[in-house]
Write a protein that binds this ligand. Structure first.
Ligand SMILES: [Zn+2]
Length: 477
């Protein structure tokens, strides 16, 4: 897509043949050397940056979703089709943090957001407590509009990594306050609890005073005419899972990630100087932590719908750098060989289709009555719990120390879930795997085939032509 891509490709091609070495031995200035010496890619600038991030996606997650898609929709995932797009730069990304080979989302987003690895749990703050300048501060200083879109609370670690500085990711009231002070132009996601009530440090009304349009439901979001400042909060905490939005009529007015992405483009696309937008499929990670196969599938399918929206936008505005990646794996999700000669692995994918609710939705439902209901459980999962399993779930509910009943339930029926879906997990934690990174557009030619997460910051700031220097740092409060 970028004008310099052909020469960059040519350079890599020549490098691959070992001809650049030949050119060097011929000596500078000779006509032969000039012919052989690769031309430097033309320095290109991106007006806009769209950063699509699926949080916590293992290679096995998209591979299993891809095979589900081939069987059930007779089409590959958009993710797989990216490999065939012209102009693609592809890299493998090392995702570690400063404190561990296994990153958390805060450290991962900070590495991208400020160009430095930090300790797990910190957001753009180094081990000495020093605030690092986030990407959005640089973009703002250059006059660009900024936006964050997520299915998580908008104050959650991954979006905050592009815009905020706090010592601990849990300081979400402070993050909301910084969004207000720093005037992040578009904020769409969950997390209204950090924008209302006595504990919140900033209120929705404070945003409205600064000219933000505020929306709370899908129809309001779709009706908004592209106000340049937009605050959309669609849930007190995280946005309900895609599988629940598809199956529960009560959630019909909760927008999907693609709905929010389109609305953000409508607002930010009006900026004459350009924009920087992060769009996060945030809850693939949560379904991975919960070892919930049907939920992770639907979350990933929804994120996947954002890819053609982004590629279409690049056609309309080619001065846009598009990056698509994930921050780390979660859960070690894999479709496994099942049955004789693995003949049951395909049918297992089809059996996921009779799962109609997330374990999180079941948790909410059981908690409202205080009773585990085996009939409701079976209707939603296709699994008939044994008496012992039903008792174990009830005992977990009754235990005041239980923090995630949903994860406890998938643990209690893990054998049945595995038999049904053939999807297995290595843990309920993040993993250290290297992950795919895709890029298109101006600046993407600077991405090396193997990239460490923090190196992406320089790629983005150089492509955008935004300063990493004094003027930008000075504006961090
Ligand atoms: Zn996670």
């Amino acid at each position: 897509m970028s004008k310099s891509s052909p020469s960059s490709n040519r350079r890599q091609f020549i490098k691959g043949l070992g001809l650049s070495g030949v050119a060097a031995t011929l000596g500078a200035g000779s006509a032969a050397a000039d012919r052989l010496r690769p031309r430097q890619p033309k320095a290109t600038k991106a007006k806009n940056l769209i950063f699509l991030v699926v949080d916590g996606m293992c290679t096995g997650t998209y591979a299993f979703a891809h095979h589900w898609s081939l069987r059930n929709r007779k089409a590959p995932l958009n993710w797989m089709q990216v490999y065939e797009q012209p102009g693609l730069t592809r890299a493998l990304q090392d995702t570690a943090s400063a404190s561990s080979p296994v990153t958390d989302s805060a450290a991962a987003a900070s590495a991208w957001g400020s160009g430095q690895r930090v300790m797990n749990g910190a957001l753009n703050t180094d081990a000495n407590g020093k605030s690092l300048t986030p990407l959005f501060t640089c973009a703002k200083a250059a006059g660009k509009a900024t936006g964050l879109v997520t299915t998580c609370r908008v104050t959650h670690a991954t979006p905050a990594g592009f815009a905020a500085n706090v010592e601990k990711r849990g300081m979400e009231n402070e993050i909301a306050q910084q969004y207000h002070e720093r005037e992040i132009d578009v904020l769409l996601g969950g997390g209204s609890r950090h924008f209302e009530g006595e504990k919140a440090l900033t209120q929705v009304a404070d945003f409205q005073k600064k000219g933000y349009q505020f929306v709370q439901i899908k129809s309001e979001l779709e009706a908004q005419a592209g106000n340049s400042k937009l605050l959309g909060l669609f849930s007190k905490s995280h946005v309900p899972y895609a599988i629940d939005r598809k199956n529960d009529a009560a959630l019909a007015e909760v927008p999907s990630l693609p709905d929010m992405f389109r609305a953000a483009l409508k607002s930010l696309g009006q900026s004459k100087v350009g924009f920087v937008l992060q769009v996060e499929g945030g809850r693939v990670d949560h379904a991975g932590h919960g070892n919930d196969p049907a939920t992770i599938l639907h979350e990933l399918l929804e994120f996947d719908e954002c890819i053609p929206i982004a590629l279409e936008y690049l056609k309309h505005d080619p001065d846009t750098l598009l990056i698509i990646t994930t921050d780390h794996g979660t859960g070690g999700c894999q479709l496994n060989g099942a049955g004789s000669a693995y003949s049951d692995s395909g049918p297992a994918l089809d059996r996921i289709n009779d799962m109609t609710a997330s374990f999180e939705a079941l948790e909410h439902q059981f908690k409202t009555t205080g009773r585990f209901d085996p009939a409701v459980f079976t209707a939603a999962t296709g699994i008939v719990p044994t008496k012992a399993q039903a008792n174990a779930i009830q005992a977990t509910m009754d235990d005041p120390n239980t923090s995630y009943l949903s994860s406890a339930m998938t643990g209690i029926v893990s054998d049945e879930l595995f038999k049904k879906t053939a999807v297995g997990w290595t843990s309920s934690n993040h993993t250290s795997e290297c992950v795919d990174l895709f890029a298109f557009g101006p600046g993407s030619e600077r991405i090396q085939p193997f990239i460490r997460n923090f190196e992406l910051f320089g790629v983005m700031t150089q492509a955008l032509g935004v300063s990493q220097g004094e003027s930008c740092s000075a504006s961090v409060s």
